[in-house]
Design a binder for this molecule. Sequence first.
Ligand code: 7RM
Length: 645
Amino acid sequence: MSETYEVPEQVRRGAAGPVRTREEYLDTYHQAQNDPSGYWLQCAKHHLSWRTPPTLGLQGSYHTIAEAPLRWFADGRLNVTESCLDRHLATRGDKVAILWEGDEPGNVRKLTYRELHAEVCRAANALAALGVGVGDRVIIYMGMVPEAAVAMLACARVGAVHSVVFGGFSADSLRDRIIDCGASVVITQDEGRRGGRSIPLKATTDEACDGQSVRAVLVYRHTGTPVQMVEGRDVWWQDVVPSAAATHTAVEVGAEDPLFILYTSGSTGKPKGLVHTSGGYLLWATWTCATTFDLREDDVFACVADIGWITGHSYIVYGPLANGATTLMFESTPLHPDAGRYWDMVQRHRITVFYTAPTAIRALAAHGTEPVQRYDRSSLRVLGTVGEPINPDAWRWYHQVVGEGRCNVVDTWWQTETGGHMITPIAPVTATKPGSATLPLPGVLPKLLDDKDREIVGPGEGRLCIRHPWPGQARTVWGDHERYVQTYFGTFPGLYFTGDGARRDEHGYFWITGRVDDVINVAGHRMGTAEFESALVSTELVAEAAVVPFPHDVKGQGVMAYVVLRGEAPAGLADQLNGVCRTAIGAHARIDRLAVIPGLPKTRSGKVMRRILRKVAEGRSDQLGDVSTLADPSVVQAIIAAAGS
Ligand code: 7RM
């Protein structure tokens, strides 16, 4: 049996969240299971601030999702920023809402709830003056500056739909997203800063907008570097926001009106724009943030993800702010200027809840304990991880070295599609096991299916599905409901298929084993093998390409590309192909290993046997299984030889 850690006394003591004890967990779980619609309706009324409180819970089901998208709280009316800002003014006006730590240690800015509210009102007025209104799409292509959160909230304030594009994405990727969602306005900044380096956000925006129908580009001046401004299109943030009125009447929208679109990679084609709603999403972000982390009034909550990913949306911006918490925004990297940066921040800001990714934990563990022990971490109570499976060694290092065994580690499993946590320990409640995401939250009904599509009852390993809607579930893919239905409900009728594999142990604890589809998860960044492959074959050099993951000590997974060339391999082939991927996808899309092979392993019907490529990449050439169905079995030896080199 694997080791189990009971909840430490200091984590249990004074629990304040919606679920404080094991009994409350079981009770809540059963309530949410027996009457999901009624349970979440009551939570929605309690946790959010409404103009018109909803009377309806859930409408629709997984069986009718093709014809009628799911709806939660459909008759409720609200503006999400009133839950995130206005309602806190009376009681928390002078409390720090956003605590910003810039790229250089100690470069700090603090915005109280009153200041953040005023800033969001000004930005909302500026957006309205630029003609942005209800339902318009606005792309936010920024680094980790408070104004990025202000921009998101300002969009929500005027009823517009934001789509944040991670600052590492290339001009091509940004352009694809602008076109897909039909954005009329882009908000960016002159440059981003990260680890002492500059990221040319404005220049990339210009390249992406060239020839597109973007009406206005709002540019926040951050580093002050000179940038080109396009006459009649580009506007400095500093010219229009500070001078705008600091009050703004929030625009009321329906609970099911979209709050944002966030693009994410799948196993096929271009990234999908997942649509999250104003009511259901906000409830899920708010309730899970309070529940999992057992958020308390004096917490300093630090999620060090990027707002370009769903983790930043739910646990830097919407979840913490709706709960009236102090949320940290971090511009830099865990290794800048050295491996002590996180713990330096923990000491200086007295951080109580810290939330990061396994890849960062592994990278830091490689630097030993000294950079951690140099700083006082006694303020920490809860340590979270997200983004990929965490190996037990990294988990123990986090628990013992960082948390000195005093904190609960919450390994939170969820997805862009789920809006917030799904399977996770509840900090003051759930005993943990290193490497396990433990138990489903109330309202989450997991189901495992074996390779014959039969339900696994009790312990076992299979494909992870969810069998009932929850409020935070993405409702559709922007402009392509059919693709949404096919991707998530096409595999097992009546079930949401997550794309992940999982094992359930004898205590009902879940151990996520990773993607079972063609999605690669590098350092918590989700990328489709299809995106790499289409980039690679877009060059004259490459005739055919297949991309697979391989286990990587720090990044979790690395990217291995097998390519069949049209001619001889030129000098600097790897650099050239990486350049192609950087242009097509972004700086984070790097090939770690390249193998030039004479042909892909194909069946006689022309289907690429990815299983073979994956096994070879994993260094398990001895477990290839039956290769006799290949059109040309001799290609296997060449693949093994090329991969070994
Ligand atoms: C939040 C986020 C989703 C994919 C998901 C999994 C993997 C995320 C965990 C995890 C094991 C975890 N959204 N994943 N969290 N695997 N344990 N705690 O990461 O859309 O970018 O990625 O990430 O494969 O399907 S995401």
